[in-house]
Structures are given as structure tokens and as C-alpha cells.
Ligand binder design. Structure first.
Ligand code: MN
Length: 289
């Protein structure tokens, strides 16, 4: 079995606000929406941040999406979502919201009312996952994946834990239904420990380091860095220099053209124009006030 090697590293120093509720680092901004990250599109990370108590929940008001999926993992606090397809849900620490926009939805994303009233730390990631062309205009859907339904694998030598959100780890299957072969693993590795992680052959593989410091081979990597691995090889070897938290994203690349404009991800500019037009004409539905 050959090891995957680190081919490049991305670091994005500047955070920006999404609405007034999510202060995020776009973790691989320079490679977002390119084949290098396929089947994924982009990844926003809101590091833990304390919000003062307030009556009106912070967040982002109604906006559309078409052609892909948004995946939100909560690390601290509680987040609420509503969409024009009639789905709604509240997710707390360890829970995941897997929203398939497909042919188009309108939704809003806020801190929950309770979270907002009491204030306190909020931390999350939002990952955008592309859809193969044949699924882009299918019916929107929604999955709430609760922490209790996500398998937690204890890594050997008490090295830490790996949560299988999507795809599989060895023979443990994660709960997310996906439209192309991919894995999303949420990992904690303890100081001084090592992990040996098998990755299916040919999967494009990224590691997003959310907390702590790791080393791979001779090189050290720090919080906020995203590592891109070679497509060749079937496993990765990671050592933790401190307590760490990271995501491993891997999957079969979707070898189709990407046309991206704001909240729409299609295959051609024509389809983008149609998306903008459909949104303006109210064809992506409506949200109750
Ligand atoms: Mn959204």
C-alpha cells in the first residue's frame, strides 16, 4: 500500500461575515469551484466565537441555492434552518444538516432563538458539495443527521476518534445519502498520537486542519491550513503535535465543467443565466415571513 503525499497547501488568512451570524474563513478560497477540490466546491469555517445575548437571532436571511448541496456541521451552539421546500430543522453540537438544493430552494440560516437569547460560543463549518449534472435539476431534499446517528470510530492506541458523516471508514458506513462516491470524516487526534487512515483508490483527498498542529512525514502544518493529497496512494499517515481537530474530505472527482455564480453552481453559463432568471421570477419558491 502506497502512502498519499501532500502535494500542496492552502492558507486563507482573512475571515468575512456571512450575514451577522457566521464569521467564516473560506478555507481553500483560491481553489474553490475548481477541479482540484472536486467533488467538493468550497468550505467555510467559523472558529469558536462568543456572541452576546440578543433577542433577534443573528444569521443570514432568505437566499437561493441551485445545483449542489450545503453541509453544515455544528461544533458549538445551535443553528436553525427553514427552506421553501418545506424543510426546517435545528441542529446542535455534533449534528449535521445535509441540504440538497438541487433544482433550487430559498432558505435562511440563523442561530436558534434559544441560542441567541442566552448568547455564547458558536462554531461551525459549511461545506458545499457538487452534484453530478444529472442530479442538478432534481427535487430538493433535506437530511438532519443527529450526532447520535453518526458512527464514532475509536482510533487505535487511544489516538482519538473519527466520526463517519458520509461514506465509509473501513466497514462503518456514515448516515448521509450522497449523489456521488465521497467521504466526510470529522476527526480528533490526541497530542503525540498517530492515525493511519485508508482512503479509497482514486479519491481526491483534502485535510482541513481546524484546530492544533499536525505533521505528515517531515513537515508540520498548522491550524487553518488545508492539505491537498496526491490522487495516487491508498492511505495517509498523520501525527498530532498538539490536540487537533480536522476534516478529511475525499471523493471521486466529478469530471464535468463547473459554472459558478454566487449561490448557483451549474455546468454552463446558460444554466447560470436560467438560474438567475428562475430566482428572480420566484420559481425557487417562497419562505413564509
Ligand atoms: Mn445558504
Amino acid at each position: 500500500m502506497t502512502k498519499k503525499s501532500v502535494e500542496s497547501v492552502e492558507f486563507t488568512p482573512h475571515a468575512h461575515w456571512v450575514g451577522d451570524g457566521f464569521h467564516v474563513l473560506p478555507l481553500f478560497a483560491n481553489k474553490a469551484f475548481t477541479p482540484a477540490v472536486s467533488p467538493f466546491l468550497m468550505l467555510d469555517y467559523a472558529a469558536p466565537e462568543i456572541f452576546p445575548p440578543r433577542e433577534q437571532p443573528p444569521g443570514v436571511g432568505p437566499h437561493p441555492h441551485r445545483g449542489f448541496e450545503t453541509v453544515t456541521i455544528v461544533y458549538a451552539g445551535e443553528i436553525e434552518h427553514r427552506d421553501s421546500a418545506g424543510h426546517s430543522g435545528k441542529i446542535g453540537v455534533g449534528d449535521v444538516q445535509w441540504m440538497t438544493a438541487a433544482s433550487g430552494i430559498l432558505h435562511d440560516e440563523f442561530h436558534s432563538r434559544e441560542q441567541s437569547r442566552k448568547g455564547g460560543p458558536v462554531s461551525m463549518v459549511q461545506l458545499w458539495v457538487n452534484l453530478p449534472a444529472k442530479y442538478k435539476m432534481t427535487k430538493p431534499s433535506y437530511q438532519t443527521l443527529l450526532a447520535q446517528d453518526i458512527p464514532v470510530i475509536a482510533l487505535s492506541d487511544e489516538a482519538g476518534q473519527l466520526r463517519v458523516i458520509a461514506g465509509a471508514f473501513n466497514d462503518q458506513q456514515g448516515p448521509a445519502r450522497t449523489f456521488s462516491p465521497l467521504s466526510v470524516w470529522d476527526v480528533k487526534l490526541e497530542v503525540g498520537k498517530q492515525a493511519h487512515l485508508p482512503i479509497p483508490k482514486g479519491y481526491r483527498t483534502l485535510l482541513a486542519l481546524l484546530e492544533g498542529e499536525i505533521s505528515i512525514g517531515e513537515k508540520a502544518y498548522r491550524k487553518g491550513e488545508v492539505l491537498f493529497f496526491s490522487d495516487q496512494g491508498e492511505h495517509i499517515e498523520i501525527s498530532a503535535k498538539t490536540q487537533t481537530k480536522f476534516l478529511i474530505l475525499s471523493g471521486e472527482p466529478i469530471n464535468e465543467p463547473i459554472a459558478h455564480y454566487g449561490p448557483f453552481v451549474m455546468n454552463t453559463q446558460d444554466e447560470i443565466r436560467t438560474a438567475i432568471d428562475d430566482f428572480r421570477r420566484g420559481r425557487m419558491g417562497h419562505l413564509a415571513a
